[in-house]
Design a protein around this ligand. Structure first.
Ligand SMILES: [Zn+2]
Length: 188
């Protein structure tokens, strides 16, 4: 066998090993996911630990006990001047989990990020309990009602936003009172 044939074989073997390890990793992740019975909240490496801890506090206060996977990210650019937003994917009808991604603006103060996080966690509760259901890319259903085009309802008139504003502010105030000794800084 010449040197090129040998190199090709080594390369193929290396490819096979990495493909196999990829499969192993995925099945391990699946096992971990199916073993969890309460929300798992993670932040990417830019998210301060106490913001993740705060999300756990809000989940507990909102009694979110479902097998939800919540990811928090800080973003430099957010659409339409918002301070944060949440997207979700509900795989529960297929035996999977509900996956939620909360995006917070990184240019905001830690206090503002905390406030926004409380607001977004109320949306998580709305998604988990199916009080708020995304019918398709443009329409939402609230409290078992019809699927309405979200663009036709002003932000302030949306029932889910009114609830998130009210409950989110209460949650944030409760958090600040019960964590009076925790500095409101973004120090990791
Ligand atoms: Zn909102």
């Amino acid at each position: 066998m010449n040197i090129y044939a040998k190199l090709l074989l080594i390369w193929l073997a290396a490819g096979l090993v990495s493909w196999k390890s990829d499969l192993v990793d995925k099945s391990e992740i699946r096992r971990e996911l199916s073993a969890s019975t309460s929300p798992v909240i993670l932040g990417n490496k830019f998210v301060p630990e106490n913001l993740v801890a705060q999300a756990y506090y809000y989940a507990e206060q909102l009694k979110i006990k479902d097998d939800a996977h919540i990811m928090i990210s800080l973003r430099s650019h957010l659409p339409n001047q918002v301070s944060g937003y949440t997207v979700y994917n509900d795989d529960r009808s297929n035996g999977g989990t509900i996956q939620v991604h909360i995006m917070l603006g990184e240019r905001f103060s830690f206090a503002q990020q905390s406030r926004t996080l409380a607001h977004e966690m109320v949306h998580v509760e709305q998604f988990v309990t199916k009080k708020l259901v995304k019918c398709d890319a443009k329409r939402y259903s609230w409290n078992g009602g019809p699927c309405d085009h979200v663009a036709r309802i002003s932000y302030r008139s949306r029932a889910w936003e009114q609830e998130a504003q009210r409950k989110g502010s209460q949650l944030y105030i409760r958090y600040r009172r019960s964590h009076a000794n925790t500095a409101l800084t973004s120090a990791k």
